[in-house]
Ligand binder design. Structure first.
Ligand SMILES: Nc1ncnc2c1ncn2[C@@H]1O[C@H](COP(=O)(O)OP(=O)(O)OP(=O)(O)O)[C@@H](O)[C@H]1O
Ligand SMILES: [Mg+2]
Length: 204
């Protein structure tokens, strides 16, 4: 891709991030709660989630689809949950740490809550069964646009097909066709309050 083309692609990605983040932030508390419940029910019925033992997910911020009902329901089912932590030395990378009801949380440099690092509680991502992640925008091909840090792209690029990659979002985060970059990692499944999309592993 020529430099001009790369720049305009990045500009478009930034514009989409701005538009969809403001759409997401404008949802009412009631809309957020309803959306969180619908996505929770849909995920609890998903075979890969039902059979999973180790599930990574996130604590929502910035209007992201709220994971609180899902977390409570998965704990009820005795699933082992993990939250991402910014890697202390390896910039741009994530660690996944065990998350239990009594886990102490601290605010990271993006003001996102994460467990206080405890090396013994860290699980190599390859041992996850399911990785549930937030996103800013998605399209009907399973492409994902995040906040722009490349954190999930780096994580997903090292994972084998054994780990199911699920994105969760509000319906309004759907974008017709995302301008993707070579490093963007597609998802296996996206769940919104109104429906579930799934794609086979091998995509062109
Ligand atoms: N596997 C990788 N190795 C090295 N750099 C990467 C990798 N994946 C992404 N990056 C870098 O991360 C930066 C941000 O990527 P991108 O704009 O796709 O973020 P994003 O997908 O929106 O964020 P996130 O993955 O955190 O949700 C880019 O400069 C890209 O080059
Ligand atoms: Mg990306």
């Amino acid at each position: 891709m020529a430099i001009d083309e790369t720049q305009s692609n990045e500009q478009l990605r930034q514009q989409i991030r701005r538009d969809i983040r403001s759409r997401r932030q404008s949802l009412s508390i009631e809309q957020q709660q309803k959306a969180a419940q619908s996505v929770c029910q849909r995920l609890l019925a998903h075979p890969q989630v039902t059979s999973a033992q180790h599930i990574a997910l996130y604590l929502s911020f910035d209007g992201e689809l709220c994971t609180k009902p899902l977390i409570d329901a998965l704990w009820q089912k005795a699933k082992q949950l993990y939250l991402p932590i910014l890697h202390p030395f390896c910039s741009g990378h994530l660690l996944f740490q065990h998350y239990q009801r009594d886990t102490k949380l601290i605010s990271n440099r993006f003001r996102i809550l994460e467990p206080k690092l405890s090396c013994l509680q860290v699980l190599p991502p390859q041992q996850l069964d399911v990785l549930i992640m937030p996103l800013v925008a998605f399209d009907k091909q399973g492409n994902r646009l995040g906040m722009g840090g490349g954190f999930y792209d780096r994580t997903l690029s090292t994972l084998s097909d054994k780990v199911t990659r699920i994105g969760i979002a509000h319906d309004s985060q759907l974008y017709p066709s995302l301008p993707i970059q070579t490093w963007d990692q597609p998802l296996d499944c996206i769940v919104t309050p109104s429906r579930l999309w799934e794609w086979p592993r091998k995509r062109v």
